[in-house]
Ligand binder design. Sequence first.
Ligand SMILES: [Zn+2]
Length: 83
Amino acid sequence: MATLLAIIRPGSRTQRCDARCYDARKGTACDCVCEGTNHAAGLDAAMILTRQQVQRWIAASRARDAEIHRIEIGIEAQNIPLF
Ligand SMILES: [Zn+2]
C-alpha cells in the first residue's frame, strides 16, 4: 500500500493519503488530507494528481493546524518516470 502523503503531527496524529483513499469505491465518504482529489482515482492517477497538488494540500493542512512534526511524500509521487 503506497502512502502518497503523510503529515505527522505531535502525539502520533497522522493524516495520510493511501490506498484507503485512492482505491476507495466512488461515492463513499472521504476526509483525506488530499481533500478528496485522489478518492477512488486509482494509484496511477493518484500519483499524478499528488505530484501536481501536494504542496497545496500541505499548505492547507498547515493552515488548519501549524503543529507538524514531519511531512512524508511517497517516493512514487515525487519523481516523474523517465520511461
Ligand atoms: Zn487522499
